[in-house]
Design a protein around this ligand. Structure first.
Ligand code: PLP
Length: 400
């Protein structure tokens, strides 16, 4: 049937892990090499240096280590904070919620602002709270740049301006797991202290590496932070990295894959990569609108270039839709998470994707919806996206 994934050649439309370019897969077939041999440092050090370009930093240090985004969250707090330290954060989706949960398990004192899902980081509220914190008890502000559960991209620059307006010395940690390498990131200009990402989204690799960037201020905080840490200790990592090595056995194939991913991103050009994501996302949104459906994201300024969360009409179950798309057609979409369970599905549009690939995803959603009796006309969303892709060709097209 159409659901046989044949040789697994259908793209995935989950918002990570993303489709892997063959070029990266081949690179990761590399035979075992000695990570203590001099060639390793010759790949590893330049890889870290080049990753700084993606973070937008000259000041920060990139630290990449075995783990995933969650390991990056843990490393960020365990390295810089002490039990009972006060943390300011807003919850606006499942991933911001999970970072809060991790901090609570570490015994941090969380001041959580609950924001309706579909909105983003509330810079004005942060400014009020930070201004009132005259004793500077708040040690860090956490921001989830791209909330993958809702398809909302927050304005990190606005949070920085709020912190500056409040003249507050807290650090700022940013989760850029589903934005880095797909959406511009300005570590230095935004004054970020720890940025947390992973290998499996914009870098188009398998999961397995946490990719973080750490400021001098955050590194200074590691000296007096009292939360327990060992495997994730940034000081051990930086000391070994400086000599071109690792404090333990590195995931060699992922590091070679990362080198190749950076080459691919730079060959396309980071600006072109970002423009391609904006363009692909707009085509998806036009399809959603042609279906007469609503995004979870509350307003256009919040629309994510990497993932769209789409509310299904009243009386329909989004889980039935994603399950049917997979079983009948062999194509995966993101399920609704947390309070959106059953109410929304997600179309991931990040990483290695072309116009044609996205159109195939939209066509699949239409077939699955038609099978389940949704009030959509086959081809309506596809046509809306086709119009957009045809008329905006050249503006960030993968190839001209
Ligand atoms: N943060 C965001 C925004 C995410 O989308 C994810 C995963 O999808 C995570 C954190 C958790 O990362 P991981 O699953 O790599 O541990």
């Amino acid at each position: 049937t159409g659901g046989d994934r044949m040789s697994n050649q259908n793209p995935v439309f989950i918002p990570g892990p993303t489709n892997m370019p063959d070029r990266l897969r081949l690179k990761m077939l590399a035979q075992t090499m000695d990570h203590r041999a001099p060639d390793f440092a010759g790949v590893f050090r330049p890889m870290l240096e080049d990753t700084k370009k993606v973070f937008g930093t000259a000041e920060g240090e990139v630290i990449a280590f075995p783990g995933s985004g969650t390991g990056g969250w843990e490393a960020a707090v365990a390295n810089t904070l002490s039990p009972g330290d006060k943390v300011l954060v807003a919850r606006y989706g499942l991933f911001s919620h999970k970072w809060i949960d991790l901090c609570q398990r570490f015994g941090l004192d969380m001041q959580v602002i609950d924001v309706p899902w579909g909105e983003g980081a509330p810079a004005a509220r942060f400014e009020e709270i930070l201004s009132a914190d005259t004793g500077h008890e708040i040690k860090v502000v956490l921001v989830t740049h791209n909330e993958t559960a809702t398809g909302v991209l927050s304005d990190v620059g606005a949070v920085r301006r709020a912190m500056d307006a409040a003249r507050h010395p807290a650090m700022m940690f940013v989760d850029c797991v589903s934005s880095l390498a797909s959406v511009p990131f300005h570590f230095d200009a935004w004054g970020v202290d720890v940025a947390v990402s992973g290998s499996q989204k914009g870098f188009m690799l398998p999961a397995g590496m946490a990719i973080t960037c750490v400021s001098k201020k955050a590194m200074a905080a590691t000296e007096h932070a009292r939360l327990p840490r060992c495997y994730f200790d940034f000081r051990d990592m930086l000391a070994s990295n400086a000599k071109g090595g690792f404090p333990y056995t590195p995931p060699l194939q992922l590091i070679y894959g990362m080198r190749e991913a950076l080459d691919m991103l730079f060959e396309e050009g980071l600006e072109a990569v970002y423009a391609r994501h904006v363009r692909l996302a707009e085509g998806v949104r036009r399809a959603v609108s042609a279906w007469g459906m609503e995004l979870v994201a509350a307003s256009p300024d919040l629309y994510s270039p990497t993932v769209s969360a789409v509310r299904v009409p009243e009386g329909f179950d989004s889980n039935a839709l994603t399950e049917h798309a997979y079983i009948a057609y062999g194509v995966s979409f993101g399920v609704g998470l947390g309070q959106l369970d059953g109410k929304a599905f997600r179309i991931g549009h990040l990483g290695m994707l072309t116009d044609v690939m996205v159109l195939s995803g939209l066509a699949t959603v239409e077939m699955a919806m038609a099978d389940l009796g949704y009030p959509v006309r086959l081809g309506s969303g596809v046509a809306a996206a086709q119009e957009h892709y045809r008329s905006s060709r050249g503006a960030g097209a993968l190839r001209d």
